[in-house]
Design a protein around this ligand. Sequence first.
Ligand SMILES: [Zn+2]
Length: 249
Amino acid sequence: MTIIVASYITLIGLILGSFYNVVALRMPAGESLLRPPSHCPSCNSRLKSRDLVPVLSYMLNRGKCRYCGNRISPIYVLGEAATGLLFLWIYLQFGLTGKGIIGYILVSLAVIVTMTDLKYMLIPDKVLLFFLPLFFILVLIFPEGSLVSHLLGAVSGGGILLLLALFGGMGLGDVKLMTILGFVLGFPNVILAFLIACLLGTIVGGALLITGRIRRKQHIPFGPWLAIGALLAFAYGSDLIGSYLALIG
Ligand SMILES: [Zn+2]
């Protein structure tokens, strides 16, 4: 039974991931999500349903457009696969519980902002405004700990990033994103998410700098790291903080 449900959840993740691709690519450019229908960016051929099966179409066509043969950016298939796998991960961790439901929505936000921040270097307000009321209602229904902890998470998460933004180096989109993530994660999980994001950003940014793939002054998007930090803190934060406190206590 679990395997069947897990497969369904993964499939839903793959299909939603395909939709999140569209949202992430079109929304920052101010384009409609429905029109025009999906088309190849090189030859403009309208894609048929057999071209739109998540992951599978890409693999069967070997990463090329079926009409003009031009290569299709792997970012689409990565977004689909990531959403499917992360949905499966949330299901295996939390199943169909309240925390699980918040988890699926958190994954959705994480995937969309990662893609918009990588592609356009921004996190659209429209995306945040869509997720904010969802999280607000879900956290009220399924709070983890006290509501004060969630509010404190929002204030401290947003506050830290606002301070960083005032000194430059952080966009206002990151501040707004972290306020929402902080509300979902609560305090002190939000701090853990921030530390993980800084650690990953420093390691990967440093590696890119050393290998010469980026220049010193080049802006690196922080949204993806915040998204990954938030997902890890969401799933493992209480355990990690618990064992840390046990270690120093
Ligand atoms: Zn084409």
